[in-house]
Design a protein around this ligand. Structure first.
Ligand code: G
Ligand code: MN
Length: 609
């Protein structure tokens, strides 16, 4: 073997076959791009202490790069293989020493010598894998020329053998950490198998409090993870996600912790300085990295994330509370790039929301949740044709609760949503039974139905049984569905609509023109009318372009033989214009407010006489 201590000798890569063996050994270790581990950091730290050097590294030589598993006093995650001092070390059985790189012909032009980190002194010892292939090195580096005596060489050799022993023990579970310490301006925590995420974060908080550091707690969800898991088996998916997390850890030294909280949720802790907004931008940047394509094990995937965050010490002092607040902030954001920052008003709103959800069922029973009836008129002859049933809530303590607030909350909970829908249907059908007995031509009653009900197998049967019980036909019932609520599946919706039509019920598309208007709703679904959203109607007397938009929607509906209802008509001018457009029906404050049943009943009686 040539002696690389001789400065005239350049190291060879070894034969192609040797290099192949070496790389196979390295691949078997599965260590490249994994996260920092205390058991390796500790050895590097000890080396720096013993030899009194600013820098100690445990590196591995990949195909074309040198990658660092442990790095004390060194900012780069990896360097090119060509620059690596360690490729000399690898080719040598003993400790390899450069006393002054600036005068060594092999190194004096090396970018790591002429530039950062200005290496002068280097001492390294190869690290061998289980079958003896040299895969990396343990080295110490200094900025000043110096010597390295036999005793030092012996110690470095012992430390390198210790690294080899750790390698042979295999890769530790990443992200589980035991002692926490604060050193060199960066918070560090170390591994403990039995610890929960919360216990670990609590310990980090303790260290941060002592060191006067601020932490951002990130609650991040990978929204497309279920798709990923549909395609890949559990073991591969777990390894892939582990690799993704390690990439994030490696590239962000301020991300002092990240782990998986549930199927799709992850908790990260960022050590930050500055304002809350700076912390948020830091989280955004981290997530921007998180969506970059990850490649590993022949899988390519892009993780899409949404996230919320809370701050220590501002928002709470315990892990449980901070994680909850980050999660709460997250829940206010369903999409978008920005990380949602927790604010006290988010907490207040969420308290109010849970209070409303708690009280809802009682409200249905004690009558504080009730219905108003808003009349709908034909534009020709101004005749009353029906009512839309609108939920109203007056709580003894909270006062009037707007439907804009409670409907979205109720819709989120299947049980409550179902209770409200069935209550509305019961109310409408009972009143229809009454009107049927007293009037030859009872009015229609329209009810808002959340789209989710249409995916329930038994919905048409439930409705039919209410009709049967009151001995009422479905001919005067209209179910209103918003465009928004129907997005998931046309086929399932159409099938339910057909079954409802068989018992006489008509369907209307509600709020048409307010959101994701699709012509397909008008052509593909067996609906009977189109209700044009008030945001469209209320503009028609202001500008010609809005007038033309409304006219186009009316014409579009007519093209499918569907009559139209103008919603939210508030002025005489609007009423005249919608009539001029041949829109068939009008609903709005100008002709009638949503009103209690007694008034609606009086309106029906008046019309009949
Ligand atoms: O989404 P839907 O069309 O079901 O909503 C009806 C809502 O519109 C009810 O809450 C009702 O109080 C409100 N509304 C009804 N008529 C008018 C009106 O003329 N102007 C305004 N601003 N709102 C109205
Ligand atoms: Mn409606």
């Amino acid at each position: 073997m040539t002696d690389p201590q001789d400065p005239k000798v350049a190291p060879s890569r070894g034969s192609v076959a040797d290099e192949k063996l070496r790389r196979a050994e390295l691949a078997g270790l599965d260590i490249l791009d994994t996260g920092p581990e205390e058991r390796f950091d500790r050895i590097a730290r000890l080396a720096a202490l013993i030899f009194d050097t600013p820098t100690a590294l445990i590196s591995f030589i990949d195909h074309d790069r040198q990658w660092f598993k442990a790095r004390i006093g060194f900012n780069l995650c990896e360097t090119s293989r060509d620059e690596a001092f360690c490729r000399y070390t690898l080719a040598y059985a003993q400790v390899f020493v450069i006393e002054d790189a600036s005068i060594d012909p092999r190194f004096r032009d090396n970018p790591l010598v002429v530039g950062y980190p200005y290496i002068r002194f280097y001492a390294g010892r190869a690290i061998r894998g289980p079958t003896g292939q040299p895969v990396g090195s343990l080295c110490v580096i200094g900025h000043n020329p110096r010597g390295f005596d036999d005793r030092s060489r012996e110690i470095l050799r012992e430390l390198a053998l210790w690294v080899e022993a750790e390698l042979a023990r295999g890769v530790e579970e990443p992200g589980r950490l035991a002692r926490t310490s604060h050193e060199g301006g960066r918070l560090v925590a170390t591994a403990d198998a039995g610890e929960t995420i919360y216990e670990h974060i609590d310990r980090l908080l303790g260290v941060a409090a002592k060191a006067n550091h601020r932490l951002a707690i990130l609650h991040m969800r990978v929204d497309n993870l279920p798709e990923f898991k549909l395609v890949h088996d559990a073991g591969r998916a777990r390894r892939f996600i582990g690799r993704w997390l390690n990439n994030l850890r490696n590239r962000n030294s301020d991300l002092i912790y990240i782990d998986r909280l549930s199927e799709t949720a992850f908790i990260g802790v960022i050590d930050y300085c500055g304002s809350a907004d700076a912390a948020r931008r830091r989280c955004d940047a981290l997530r921007a990295q998180a969506v970059q394509e990850t490649r590993f094990d022949n899988i390519h995937f892009v993780f899409n994330t949404t996230a919320g965050m809370s701050l220590f010490p501002d928002h709470a002092s315990s892990a449980a509370e901070l994680v909850n607040k980050a999660r709460l902030a997250h829940s206010t954001r369903r999409w978008g790039d920005r990380t949602a920052l927790f604010t006290p008003s988010i907490a207040l709103r969420s308290q109010r929301h849970s209070l409303l959800q708690e009280r809802f069922e009682t409200a249905l029973l004690d009558g504080s949740l009730y219905f108003h009836w808003q009349p709908i008129f034909g534009n020709a002859g101004r005749t009353l044709v029906g009512f839309e049933l609108l939920a109203r809530w007056y709580d003894a303590q909270l006062g009037a609760v707007s439907p804009n607030e409670f409907i979205p909350l109720i819709d989120r909970q299947e049980r409550l949503r179902r209770a409200l829908v069935m209550n509305a249907i019961e109310t409408a059908v009972a009143q229809l039974a009454h009107w049927q007995q007293h009037h030859d031509d009872p009015p229609d009653v329209a009810i808002n139905i959340p789209g989710s009900e249409f995916y329930r197998e038994d919905f048409p049967d439930l409705v039919a049984s209410v009709l049967r019980r009151h001995d009422v036909s479905g001919a005067h019932l209209v179910f209103e569905l918003t465009e928004r609520s129907l997005i998931p599946s046309f086929a399932a919706t159409a099938e339910t609509m057909q079954r409802l039509r068989q018992i006489g019920i008509r369907m209307a598309i509600d709020d048409f023109g307010s959101g994701y208007s699709s012509i397909a709703y008008l052509t593909e679904l067996p609906i009977s009318s189109v209700k044009i959203d008030k945001s469209v109607v209320q503009q028609i007397d202001r500008a010609a372009q809005h007038y033309r938009l409304m006219q186009s929607i009316v014409d579009l509906a007519h093209g499918q033989n569907l009559p139209t209802v103008a919603e939210g008509v508030e002025t005489r001018a609007q009423l005249e214009l919608v009539t001029e457009m041949h829109c068939e029906y009008t609903q709005g404050f100008f002709l009638g407010y949503p009103q209690p049943l007694a008034q609606a009943d009086a309106l029906v009686a008046q019309q009949a006489s």
